[in-house]
Design a binder for this molecule. Structure first.
Ligand code: UDX
Length: 425
């Protein structure tokens, strides 16, 4: 096999576009197929629809090797390795919705020359079920571990690359391994079901770490400990590690809520009650709601109060608001009778559609103007740069700040006369 080989990417959403752009950057010709003609046209003009650092530059730089198309037949005739990157959103029951994967399968033949390389997060057992129906086509599970906001960097510098294949697909798995080998991550070769499980178990474990530290934070508040010091002291034990120990107002995003629920559901379908994950989900929901209590502690009833939320995106450096804490919080505040004003540096357009009744503002100061309290929801660096002691304080009706990410300078705020509430401090 030559060093560079043509690649097909099916589904040009966030994972698909990052995968396509990065493989093009590594020198491969990439056919990136999506069913939405407008998206394909705008990508062909170099317009990138998502906020992801470095991505637009890669798309422009590698335009000659990136072929955006709606044509599945062209994709299949140009490439043998077909990376499936379609969405698998949660259904109401918590299972993954595989209808888009099924739509891809319906369009694919069963050719021995091709392999479907599954990047979409799917339930354990999906690969086996696909192989039963399409015995000839190769099947490789290559779960995605990218983080939004640093996806290009994560792709180019992976900790590990997990590649799962069974029996007859090992040759395709070797080819997938060769694609990733210049990137230097540890190669983990497994069977298909184990690779599928690595993805769900990794996200479930990280979510567990977050819910765990959030509970330590809640207990620390009453016992007088500071969760940031506790996390630092714990994280230096290299069996624990410092990452994902930041207490806050709960995890969100397109992966953790969905994958934790999906793994719990998958276990349930086999008759196993996954107790730990049930608690992880519950803690995360309660964590979002605790902010209301913190506001009530200082403002009393929230009826008629103006509350400014800083940040809508589920984390900084992305415009993604799927399962964002801000949405739940805004809804709850409105339910308590408050009026909510929100600002986000990049996610405001999307927010406006979902935050019915809330006022979306064009700047942080506008959101804060005349508010009874500010809640920092997303730790965008620009929020730390605000002139808290001057302009912010001057515009607030009450100098109350709930810092949902322990991100602001507590001492400076207290010195400036703010009532400061962090998480677990
Ligand atoms: C996650 C996984 O990290 C990634 O490997 C997988 O491919 C997709 O899901 P992502 O959803 O982009 O990535 O975000 P991540 O940076 O992991 O953060 C998820 C959520 O956890 C955010 O809401 C974040 O604010 C929260 N979080 C993270 C915490 O509350 N505390 C932490 O210590 C870390």
């Amino acid at each position: 096999m030559p060093d560079k080989e043509p690649i097909g990417v099916i589904g040009v959403g966030w994972v698909g576009l990052v995968t396509a752009a990065c493989f093009a950057e590594l020198g491969h010709e990439v056919w990136a197929r999506d069913i939405i003609p407008e998206k394909v046209e705008s990508l062909s003009r170099g317009e990138v629809p998502i906020h992801e650092p470095g991505l637009a530059e890669l798309v422009t730089k590698n335009a000659e090797r990136l072929h955006f198309t709606t044509d599945m037949a062209a994709t299949v005739s140009n490439a043998q390795l077909l990376f499936c990157c379609v969405d698998t959103p949660p259904t109401y029951s918590g299972d993954a919705d595989l209808s888009r994967v099924e739509a891809v399968l319906a369009e694919l033949g069963d050719s021995k020359d091709h392999a479907l390389v599954m990047k979409s997060t799917v339930p354990v057992g999906t690969g086996r079920s696909i192989k039963r129906r399409k015995p000839d086509i190769g099947y490789v599970s290559a779960p995605e571990f990218l983080k939004e906001g640093s996806a290009v960097d994560d792709f180019m510098n992976p900790d590990r690359v997990v590649i799962g294949a069974n029996g007859g697909s090992e040759g395709f798995a070797d080819r997938v391994e060769r694609l990733y080998s210049p990137l230097g991550g540890v190669m983990v070769r497994t069977d298909v079901a184990s690779a599928e499980m690595v993805k769900l178990a990794s996200n479930a474990f990280l979510a567990t770490k977050i819910s765990f530290i959030n509970e330590i934070a809640n207990v620390s508040e009453d016992l007088g400990a500071d969760v940031r010091e506790v996390a630092r002291g714990m994280g230096l034990d290299d069996r624990i590690g410092p990452k994902f120990l930041q207490a806050g107002i709960g995890y969100g995003g397109s992966c953790f809520p969905k994958d934790v629920q999906a793994l719990k559901q998958l276990a349930g379908n086999t008759g196993y009650h996954f107790q730990l994950l049930t608690a992880v989900i519950e803690v995360n929901e309660l964590q979002k709601r605790r902010t209301i209590g913190k506001l009530q502690k200082h403002l009393g009833s929230l009826v008629g109060k103006e509350i400014a939320l800083l940040g809508v995106a589920f984390k900084p450096n992305t415009d993604d608001i799927r399962e964002a804490t801000s949405l739940v919080l805004a809804g709850r505040l409105q339910g308590e009778g408050a009026h909510v004003r929100v600002y986000d540096p990049v996610a405001t357009d999307r927010a406006a559609e979902l935050l019915g009744g809330a006022t979306v503002t064009a700047s942080a100061l506008e959101a804060i103007d005349g508010a009874d309290a500010v809640v920092l929801v997303t730790e965008w660096p620009e929020f730390r740069e605000l002139d808290w002691a001057g302009e912010v304080k001057g515009r607030l009706r009450n100098p109350v700040v709930v810092d949902g990410r322990n991100f602001l300078d507590r001492e400076a705020l207290r010195e400036a006369g703010f009532t400061y509430e962090g998480i677990g401090r």
